[in-house]
Design a protein around this ligand. Structure first.
Ligand SMILES: Cc1cc2nc3c(=O)[nH]c(=O)nc-3n(C[C@H](O)[C@H](O)[C@H](O)COP(=O)(O)OP(=O)(O)OC[C@H]3O[C@@H](n4cnc5c(N)ncnc54)[C@H](O)[C@@H]3O)c2cc1C
Length: 455
């Protein structure tokens, strides 16, 4: 091991490797899953360093766990065996913003929110917006196929990646995709690497698509007495001729968790649809009015437009704060990202509530209702074995319900470790076998994130 660490230091410099046990502990977990500490952490700054590390690990048969910011929720960036964590957070440069071609090149460790802000400074817009944007990285977003708040209108991270530079298992660098608007030469390996959760190679550069920044936006707030009414209203908006940029649902428990942010903005015991529309100023006013009229016709108790920038900011920051805030209600939670076809959203919401009631669990549902993607949370106390068992059962029942509604057990977080036992509930043996063979073709020594995704 000493020789391995010495060789790593020769590649990335003395301060580019961590091997003190105290420093390694922080890399044993992501935002949800705890695994084991790595044998060392390497912090490269260039693609060439990543290539040298991959070759060294191949020679030593040491597994590599790529890591962005560690905000993942399924254990993808967490070692399960003695392994090197390849922390890409120092590869954090925006290399170029090409205003003519509406493209930007960036290293994988750039924090998504910082990238959004940088392109907005020159009047451009990068729409993917995971709720973790303030901390998660572009590389992590690509590797998980992250969704986010504005997917209703703009799609997910995958829709905004033109090309990827990837270091593959033999240490070579490949470039997938093109810088053109179209391109169909060869297999679409860009899409294959997106969502591959660090199991096929290390993303070392991304070429991202941009658009001109919308000139105006408005936030609407629709209040409902019942969660199912908010679900039905979501479907009504999606079926109308107005496409909001974002449409997020928050139930009573989720709102109670972020009461500090919301203060007196909302009455008690309501659930809320938070909707953003964007475009030219005229268009925004028209869309806001159209949505207000539509929602008033489908049982909304009240629909209003946020009064000013400060109120808008408070509402969206409350939405982003829900996940961490729920931990103040109970020490643990299952926080799923199940996704159903839009016509089944109400069935999912009602079904999840029934499951929670049956198992006597505190439950919160919130999230990207406009994509049929709900974050269903079952809260529990890990010191209470009975409650833990009930939460576990509720989670499995939620997966069964989602699949019975024609949905998927993960709309955006991926499989990693946490959903690995359930992948075969969704995908058949032939599909799983083909994916395992793809993994072997890309990574014959099984050094990239071994054991993740597939049981
Ligand atoms: C409060 C909160 C809100 C969230 N909201 C959302 C949301 O709205 N939408 C959403 O989709 N997710 C959300 N997430 C989950 C998480 O933020 C995303 O999965 C995010 O994309 C992970 O990025 P990261 O940089 O933290 O990656 P990490 O957690 O470090 O890694 C995630 C996976 O990607 C792999 N990986 C990382 N970088 C690379 C690379 N350069 N090359 C190859 N593989 C790599 C890792 O091995 C791992 O499998 C949220 C999480 C939290 C805590």
């Amino acid at each position: 091991m000493r020789r391995f660490v010495r060789e790593l230091r020769a590649v990335v410099g003395p301060d580019g490797v961590l091997d003190e046990p105290g420093a390694l502990v922080a890399f044993a977990a992501d935002s949800k899953v705890r695994g084991m500490a790595p044998v060392a952490v390497a912090l490269p700054t260039t693609t060439v360093q990543v290539q040298d590390i991959v070759r060294l690990c191949g020679r030593e048969r040491t597994p590599i766990i790529p890591r962005g910011a560690g905000t993942g929720t399924v254990g993808g960036a967490v070692p399960e065996c003695p392994a090197l964590v390849l922390d890409l957070s120092r590869m954090n440069r925006i290399l170029r913003i090409d205003e003519n071609e509406l493209l930007a090149d960036a290293q994988p460790g750039v924090v998504t929110g910082e990238f959004q802000a940088a392109v907005e400074k020159v009047g451009l817009f990068y729409p993917p917006d995971p709720a973790s944007a303030a901390t998660s990285t572009l590389g992590g977003n690509a590797a998980t196929g992250a969704g986010g708040l504005r997917a209703v209108k703009y799609g997910v991270t995958a829709d905004w990646i033109a090309s990827l530079e990837v270091v593959v298992a033999d240490g070579q660098t490949i470039r997938t995709g093109t810088r053109t608007r179209k391109g169909v030469v060869g297999y679409d390996l860009t899409r294959l690497f997106i969502g591959s959760e660090g199991t096929l190679g290390v993303i070392t550069e991304l070429t991202l698509r941009l658009i001109p920044k919308p000139k105006a936006k408005a936030t609407l707030l629709a209040l409902f007495d019942e969660l199912s009414q908010a679900g039905a209203a979501t479907v009504a908006v999606l079926r109308s001729n107005i496409t909001p940029a974002a449409m997020e649902l928050m139930d009573q428990t989720a709102l109670a968790a972020v009461q500090d942010h919301i203060g007196d903005l909302l009455p008690p015991n309501v659930c809320v649809l938070l909707i953003e529309v964007d475009g030219d100023a005229d268009e925004v006013a028209k869309q806001a009015n159209g949505i207000r009229e539509l929602l008033q016709g489908v049982n909304a108790r009240e629909v209003r437009v946020a009064n000013n920038a400060q109120e808008t900011q408070r509402l969206w920051s409350a939405r982003r704060a829900i996940s961490p805030a729920l931990y103040e209600m109970r020490a643990q939670k299952f926080s799923e990202d199940v996704t159903v076809p839009i016509s089944r959203i109400v069935d999912l919401i009602v079904g999840a509530t029934k499951i929670a009631q049956q198992h006597k669990l505190v439950h919160a549902s919130y999230g990207h209702a406009g994509d049929g993607n709900m974050h269903v949370n079952f809260l529990y106390d890990a010191d209470n074995p009975d409650e833990t068992r009930r939460a576990d059962t509720a989670r499995e029942e939620l997966f069964r319900l989602t699949l019975s509604l024609g949905g998927t057990i993960s709309g955006e977080h991926g499989v990693g470790v946490a959903k690995r036992p359930f992948i075969a509930w969704e995908q058949g043996p032939a599909l799983l076998d083909l994916q395992r063979r793809l993994k072997r073709a890309f990574d014959p020594l099984n050094i990239f994130n071994p054991g993740k995704i597939f049981p």
